[in-house]
Write a protein that binds this ligand. Structure first.
Ligand SMILES: O=P(O)(O)O[C@H]1O[C@H](CO)[C@@H](O)[C@H]1O
Ligand SMILES: O=c1cc[nH]c(=O)[nH]1
Length: 288
């Protein structure tokens, strides 16, 4: 079994993982993942009991019990680079023995549910709707360092066709949502779609304030891109990384999006907090 050195897998003096500050005995089978640390108490308010609160940097975790089962909610902060930390440390916490630093022979698979916000890039997907990402395309630089091939990956020929359709010069990566979690959250009656995970909020999502984008037609191209019978429906900043790591490391993963912006009609939700709270409430109701 592989041994992981103290500089590869950094364990804090209290036996917790370096950034998340969580110990192996604290990890429940189901975790809700949010971007905003301030969203964590909104989620845990729906738990029947909160047993632990752990906080380091943007990584805030509330652990508790929901309908007799252990559950947790953890914030990642914004972006795929933070997802890289969250997924590596969560996986290490359940699949590496922190005493011996050896990989466990029997692996644990977590159910990971992102509840986040996103912008629609199709006029028929309105502000204040809910969208489940059936797949996500990442155009951050993680694929320069990780081979994400897994049963959840989008095949290379499809990815090549999508890259051409988006007309983007760097290699992309893409992966799918967990089929079992898609079935579990089907009662949300949400839109389904392919999500683009951007390495920024402004130019990488086709926004301009004072800094001009050198790709002014990027959003138009993405919105018009045909992925076989599918289209890219929405943009946010974490889902592709979650799906790629989840698939490669054997965790079930789904991303539920509260659509706050419609980038085609230029509308923004008049009640963003209410929308995300409503999605949290509906999602929690579907967690057995
Ligand atoms: O609301 P969260 O979950 O943070 O998700 C979206 O909102 C943030 C940008 O405002 C990015 O993290 C994006 O993915
Ligand atoms: O347009 C949006 C809205 C929320 N989050 C994003 O990343 N983009």
């Amino acid at each position: 079994m592989t041994y992981f050195s103290p500089t590869d897998l950094i364990i804090n003096p209290d036996g917790s993982s370096y950034h998340l500050n969580l110990r192996p005995d604290q990890i429940p089978d189901t975790l809700i993942l949010v971007g905003d640390p301030e969203r964590v108490p909104t989620v845990s308010a729906f738990f029947d009991e909160i047993t632990d609160i752990v906080h380091k940097r943007e990584f805030v975790t509330h652990l508790g019990v929901l309908r007799g089962k252990k559950i947790g909610v953890l914030s990642s902060g914004i972006g795929a680079d933070n997802v890289e930390i969250v997924m590596n440390e969560l996986d290490a916490l359940v699949n590496i023995d922190f005493q011996t630093r050896l990989e466990k022979s029997v692996k644990r698979s977590l159910n990971l549910i992102r509840i986040g916000t996103s912008g629609s890039i199709q006029s028929h997907i309105p502000v204040d709707s809910i969208l489940i990402s059936t797949a996500a395309i990442g155009f951050d630089n993680l694929a320069q360092f990780y081979g994400f091939e897994s049963a959840m990956s989008i095949t290379e020929d499809v990815l090549a066709a999508w890259t051409k359709a988006i007309d983007y010069p760097l290699p992309l990566y893409a992966a799918k949502a967990s089929a079992s979690l898609c079935a579990q959250f089907a009662p949300l009656n949400a839109f389904n779609g392919v999500t683009l995970t951007a390495p920024g909020f402004y130019a990488p999502q086709g926004r301009t304030i004072r800094m001009q984008s050198i790709r002014p037609d990027f959003l138009e191209k993405v919105a018009a891109a045909k992925l076989g019978d599918e289209e890219i429906t929405n943009i946010e900043m974490e889902t592709a990384a979650y799906y790629a790591f989840g698939g490669a490391m054997g965790h079930e993963m789904i991303s539920l999006n509260a659509i706050l912006a419609n980038r085609i009609t230029n509308e923004f939700s008049k009640d963003p907090e209410g929308q995300i709270r409503s999605l949290i409430e509906k999602a929690i109701a579907l967690i057995a």
